[in-house]
Design a binder for this molecule. Structure first.
Ligand code: IPM
Ligand code: MG
Length: 360
């Protein structure tokens, strides 16, 4: 069971260290190999995704990823920016299916900006297509427009594009996931305006014919953004394209009030996966030892379940996280009065202790 460990930038190194400690406490035959990625890799090797890092990720059964990005790289040319590392890994490994669960933990109901009754018991799964859409469509560029709307002026353009097989495979993933849960899929599109998303809607509808036991509804993305805050519990599985999925998954994560709690998995057709917290590198709090490591620890649980088929070990980690929350331990992002404020390392150590307590 070979795991590539790519901590990246900002709080990435701090939170991945805790997730690693948790995995090690399981005492399973894992083989860990570390590599630099993102700004850290650029600083050391002049590229955010060096050849050696990519090769390591390709050869591993799974990748445990922290986060990439730092303001100090904002001035670099686009292909050298830290974000290109995660985009390159997704593309090269074919990680087309991104799972972003938004779960409201009972003990954290008050952390949300929404009323508790709206989000208590919330459990939705955003499935974002991750290797197509306007993120990767060609052509794209920036140029002096010779015959555009304003001849002689500048313009920039990106191409929104989806092929039938790309839509079909993510639709299958969504319907299969819904079968294991609430048996409802909401496909989010912008079919009223965009040809790409009329096609998306048509193909999802066709694939649905093979899943008569799952309910399908279609929703425009603007309405979906609104319904997510109005009646979030009406959703079960939400499937959408890369761009809309990027936006809606941040919105859904914040419904729970604790983006520091939410893991994610990005899978390819062979079950290889990259696992990362849903939050970013948070350079503003990096190095302070206050970042919440639970999203990364829960991502490690997803890694065990989806890529290594170690369901029992995954469940042990999730139970250990529940237990530290029940003990009242809170990093600053989820802290409220009456709880015990802890830092990154203390939180990680508490999860390890909870795991050991189970074993005994
Ligand atoms: C995410 C991030 C990335 C994305 C960035 C860092 C490229 O926002 O994983 O949601 O846009 O996909
Ligand atoms: Mg995002």
């Amino acid at each position: 069971m070979k795991i590539a460990v790519l901590p990246g930038d900002g709080i990435g190194t701090e939170i991945v260290a805790q997730a690693l400690a948790v995995l090690q406490a399981l005492e399973l035959p894992f083989e860990f190999e570390h590599a630099l990625v993102g700004g850290a890799a650029y600083a050391a090797h002049g590229h955010p995704l060096p050849e050696a890092t990519l090769k390591l990720a390709q050869q591993a059964d799974a990748v445990l990823f922290g986060a990439v990005g730092d303001w100090k790289y904002d001035q670099l040319e686009r292909h050298l920016r830290p974000e290109q590392a995660i985009l390159g890994l997704r593309k090269h490994l074919g990680l087309f299916a991104n799972f972003r669960p938004a779960i409201c933990y009972e003990q954290l109901v008050d952390a949300s900006s929404l009323k508790p009754e709206l989000i208590a018991g919330l459990d939705i799964l955003i499935i974002r297509e991750l290797t197509g859409d306007i993120y990767f469509g060609q052509p794209r560029g920036r140029r002096i427009a010779s015959d555009g709307l304003f001849p002689g002026s500048e313009e920039a353009f990106d191409t929104m594009r989806y092929s039938r097989p790309e839509i079909e495979r993510i639709a299958h993933v969504a319907f299969k996931a819904a079968r294991q849960r609430g048996k409802k899929v909401t496909s989010v599109d912008k079919a009223n305006v965009l040809e790409t998303f009329q096609f998306w809607k048509d193909v999802v509808t066709e694939v649905h014919a093979q899943y008569p036991d799952v309910a399908l509804e279609h929703m425009y993305v603007d309405n979906a953004a609104m319904q997510l805050v109005k009646r979030p519990k009406a959703f079960d599985v939400v499937v959408t394209g890369n761009m809309f999925g990027d936006i809606l998954s941040d919105e859904a994560a914040m419904l729970t009030g604790s983006i520091g709690m939410l893991p994610s998995a990005s899978l390819n057709e062979r079950g290889q996966g990259l696992y990362e917290p849903s939050h970013g590198s948070a350079p503003d709090i990096a190095g302070q030892g206050i970042a919440n490591p639970l999203a990364t620890i829960l991502s490690a649980a997803m890694l065990l379940r989806y890529s290594l088929r170690q369901d029992a070990a995954a469940a042990r980690i999730e139970a250990a996280v529940q237990s530290v929350l029940a003990q009242g331990l809170r990093t600053p992002d989820i802290y409220r009065e009456g709880c015990t404020r802890v830092g990154t390392a203390q939180m990680g150590a508490a999860v390890v202790a909870a795991l050991r307590a189970q074993a005994g």
